[in-house]
Design a protein around this ligand. Sequence first.
Ligand code: R1P
Ligand code: GUN
Length: 275
Amino acid sequence: RRNSYEMCKETADWLRARTAQCPKTAIICGSGLGGLAEVLDNKTYIPGHQNPILVFGELNGQPCVCMQGRFHYYEGYSVGMVTFPIRVLFLLGVEVLIVTNAAGGLNPSFQVGDIMFIRDHISMFGLGGQNPLRGPNDERFGVRFPCMSDAYEQDLLSLAMESVQELGFVSFTREGVYCQLAGPSYETIAECRVLQALGADAVGMSTIPEVIVARHCGLRILGISLITNKVMMSYNSQEKANHEEVLRISVVRAEALQKLVTCLLGKLGESTNPL
Ligand SMILES: O=P(O)(O)O[C@H]1O[C@H](CO)[C@@H](O)[C@H]1O
Ligand SMILES: Nc1nc2[nH]cnc2c(=O)[nH]1
């Protein structure tokens, strides 16, 4: 199995031989958000033989590692492969996972360019029986039946909200429920209406398997969705979802997101360094 303890350990050891940096925080950069990694100081780039690239460095004085890009299920990877980097990060000693993505806004009050902190998620995979933890459980990662009602940590969310206040980002910051579909096709209008009725605020094609596996091994998680488009709810709408627009909006908000994550890491450092 791709995300077995032995395979993850082998990759973690391989990485340790290439960098002396010991990050406590990992950031997964969503679509168009790879630039987050460029602001790290003392960078070490470690390209995998496939995407994604790992960038080790420091942000606001805190050691961290950014994953530029991710494995998507719609690309043909198994959920084991999609979540393999999470277990590698855990074995590297990472404790905090900041997971970002580009998502379509379902909540009618959301605007394009809003930053949504993920409060909770709806896993269409999970509901359909495709949980990344399916199969024999390895206790070295976590328990057989992990709790998910607390997957997105309240303390991290509070620190993130403090950062939002300090940076003056309140007007474009939201909280909500992220829902993941397999992709790669975007949603139909009827599907969007169903997802909205289910209580989802944003929709994408990533993140949840990563979060489930991260929560299983005890990582503290902050989820951030960038609302890159409003999904279609009406047959009269002339707009059409497209990836070019998703990337364009991500890039527009990338700087704000960089500032937010930088500020948050400073706060995390303060909260974990008992000076
Ligand atoms: O979730 P990330 O990888 O940020 O990207 C989102 O944007 C892409 C679609 O435009 C899909 O990959 C979807 O999941
Ligand atoms: N599924 C889905 N993923 C997205 N990623 C960015 N925008 C969207 C969207 O509208 N739908």
